[in-house]
Write a protein that binds this ligand. Sequence first.
Ligand code: FES
Length: 172
Amino acid sequence: MKKISRRHVIVTLSSTATFLCPAVLNAATTTDLSGWANIPTDIPMGLKKVLRLGNGPASIDISQLKPGDVSVIARPNDSADYAGTGQTQFVAAMRRDKDYLIVELTCPHKGKAIGLTGDPKVPFACTKRGRYHSSEFDSNGLGVAGKSSGDPMIVPEHKLTSSNGKVVLELA
Ligand code: FES
């Protein structure tokens, strides 16, 4: 199992506030679709930093996340499921008030990348644009708008463990 040093993770997670880019976030949550122009669809938008790992199982300390924080982990994956995201599995770990939401940032509609909006009620949106296409997801990972409306986000195979105030996300 790949181990990430605590220092590395803390350094990465402590910068979660800089993950969000207001200019892009506004575009992601507006109905004026002109703002979507030239936004790539194969990487999550609204991010400035991603924890990039090699392939294979990983164990990540997410104890530093505060309510509303989201951290994104990226791992290469050859599966056709990730053809729309540059053969990369993006996983978001979001701290909610009492628990964590762990979801993949691959759209259940056509596999494009889902980005972070910065809106706690609708924290995720698909970067694919088109008048009847863009999907938005609530803090339970449920599609609430666009083509994925009513569909859940994909949950990766994972385990969360908590001990002595330390929360560890294990990805298979
Ligand atoms: S791929 Fe996400 S809404 Fe179509």
